[in-house]
Design a protein around this ligand. Structure first.
Ligand code: GDP
Length: 175
């Protein structure tokens, strides 16, 4: 049995959601890397919501283009779980700045599909506390404590299967 699994928030940003073949490729990479999808939803952010989500970047030179981009079309939000999933998902993404990452890590998601430093494919929480806050932002209905109590053991023992229509893993004995 593995240790307590981590949760994280992934956002697939409007640049890749607008491109079905890239979106499918990214989902495939996530599944092939053994990431579990706990909950998924497609969201259209308003500029106000995008500004709130990226509040830490208030006043930075790229804030306006970031907020415009994030509210320019739908995003997919996923609660992911897995062993060290925060680090694993961020390593799959590659570094933030696409214009450098295309040379340094061309096989990463951002290196493969990133368009600019703003339009860089996806987001991943950077720590447990941030993940908790960011999951709450997009999935206020998700009860983390209840999930660890009732669902975690199924994921920990790989007793889950993936439903491609719902983009979600379900406990095998729970479906
Ligand atoms: P992340 O955790 O790798 O997404 O990086 P940050 O939290 O530092 O930045 C949030 C988002 O702001 C990034 O994913 C980019 O979309 C955007 N961003 C960050 N730094 C820059 C920058 O120097 N230039 C531009 N244009 N966008 C940036």
């Amino acid at each position: 049995m593995s240790q307590r699994l981590q949760l994280t928030l992934a956002i697939l940003k409007p640049d890749i959601v607008a491109n079905p073949s890239v979106l499918k490729n990214v989902w495939t990479r996530m599944l092939e890397n053994g990431l579990y999808f706990v909950m998924s939803k497609r969201v259209q952010l308003s500029a106000v919501q995008a500004e709130q989500f990226y509040a830490e970047h208030r006043g930075k030179f790229f804030q306006n283009r970031l907020v415009c981009f994030m509210s320019s079309g739908p995003v997919w939000c996923h609660i992911l779980c897995g062993d060290d999933v925060i680090g694993r998902w961020r390593r799959m993404l590659g570094p933030t700045k696409v214009l450098k990452t295309v040379f340094d890590q061309p096989d990463s998601i951002r290196g493969s599909f990133g368009l600019t430093d703003t339009r860089n494919c996806a987001h991943g929480s950077d720590a447990d506390a941030t993940a908790k806050k960011e999951v709450g932002f997009f999935f206020p209905e998700f009860d983390i404590d209840k999930w660890y109590k009732e669902q975690h053991k199924f994921f920990q023992n790989d007793l889950v299967e993936f439903d491609p229509d719902k983009l979600q893993h379900f406990a095998i004995s729970d479906t």
